[in-house]
Design a protein around this ligand. Structure first.
Ligand SMILES: [Cu+2]
Length: 257
C-alpha cells in the first residue's frame, strides 16, 4: 500500500473510535417525516419485532467481504420488521447515516417488488430470490481527479459538523405502485483487493398512478449481481495504473426514469 493510502486511512479513521457506520434512518418529504431504522448499538429486544420497524435487521456495523455472501442482499441477519415506509412514486427517499468514514467506492440503490400484503408482502420474501433493479448510482465525481485523489460521492456525502450524512434517492415517478424492498449499498474499496459491502434494506409502500417495471434484463440477484473477480472489486486504486484508469462496474441503470 502506498504512503498516500496509509495517510488517507489514518485521516479517515482517526476522529472516531467506532469504525464503519451504516444506514440509521430514512426520511420522506419536506418537511421530512422520519422513520427509525435498526440500530446495532441499541438493545436488540427493544427493536426486534416492534410494530414500527421498517428496516431489516443488521446486527453489526461490520462489512460483508464477499460478493457471494448470502447476506450481501440485506445484511446479517436481514430479518424483516412488519412496517412499511409510505412514499409516493417520484418522491425522494433519503437515507440517513449519522456518520460515514470511508471515502472511496460506488454507492447504489436498488428496489425489488414484493407480493401484495395478502400474500405476505415484503415480510415473507426470500431476499436472495428477489429480482433487484438499480434505481440510483454514484461513483467518482467527474472532473475531481483520478481514483485515489479525486472525490467520490461516498466522500462528498459525509458531514463532519455533527449533522447527519444524507443520501437522497428519487423513487422512479412512473414506477408501478406496490410493496418493495429498498436496498442501499455502499461499496468501499480503500483496501487493496478487499472490497467491503455495506448493504441495508427497508420496506416501502409505494403509491402512485404508475404501471412501469423495468424489463427483466435489468433484474439481478444478490448474491449474483457481482462477479467476485470483477476488476472493479479486485482493485488497488492506489496502484499506478489505477490512478489513470477505472474499470466501471457492470450493473446497468434501469430504463425507467
Ligand atoms: Cu469500515
Amino acid at each position: 500500500m502506498s504512503l498516500l493510502a496509509l495517510s488517507l486511512l489514518a485521516l479517515a479513521t482517526a476522529p472516531l473510535a467506532r469504525a464503519h457506520g451504516g444506514l440509521a434512518n430514512y426520511t420522506v418529504g419536506d418537511p421530512p417525516v422520519w422513520y427509525r431504522g435498526y440500530d446495532p448499538d441499541e438493545n436488540a429486544t427493544e427493536q426486534d419485532g416492534q410494530s414500527w420497524m421498517v428496516q431489516r435487521k443488521w446486527a453489526s456495523i461490520d462489512p460483508i467481504f464477499s460478493a457471494t455472501d448470502p447476506y450481501i442482499a440485506c445484511n446479517k441477519p436481514g430479518t424483516p420488521g412488519p412496517a412499511y415506509i409510505p412514499i409516493e412514486a417520484g418522491q425522494n427517499l433519503t437515507a440517513v447515516y449519522w456518520y460515514w468514514l470511508h471515502p472511496v467506492g460506488p454507492m447504489t440503490a436498488w428496489l425489488a417488488a414484493c407480493p401484495p400484503l395478502s400474500e405476505g408482502g415484503c415480510v415473507g420474501v426470500d431476499v436472495n430470490k428477489l429480482d433487484w433493479f438499480k434505481i440510483w448510482e454514484a461513483g467518482l465525481i467527474p472532473g475531481t481527479g483520478n481514483l485515489a485523489e479525486g472525490i467520490w460521492y461516498q466522500k462528498q456525502f459525509q458531514n463532519w459538523d455533527g449533522s447527519p450524512d444524507l443520501w437522497p434517492v428519487t423513487i422512479p415517478a412512473t414506477l408501478k405502485a406496490g410493496l418493495y424492498v429498498v436496498r442501499h449499498e455502499i461499496l468501499s474499496i480503500h483496501i487493496e483487493n478487499k472490497p467491503q459491502f455495506y448493504p441495508e434494506c427497508a420496506h416501502l409502500n409505494i403509491t402512485g398512478p404508475g404501471t412501469d417495471l423495468p424489463p427483466s434484463s435489468f433484474y439481478k440477484k444478490f448474491p449474483g449481481a457481482y462477479d467476485p473477480d470483477d476488476p472493479s472489486l479486485k482493485i488497488d486504486i492506489y496502484s499506478d495504473s489505477m490512478r489513470k484508469t477505472y474499470y466501471g462496474q457492470d450493473h446497468p441503470s434501469t430504463s425507467i426514469a
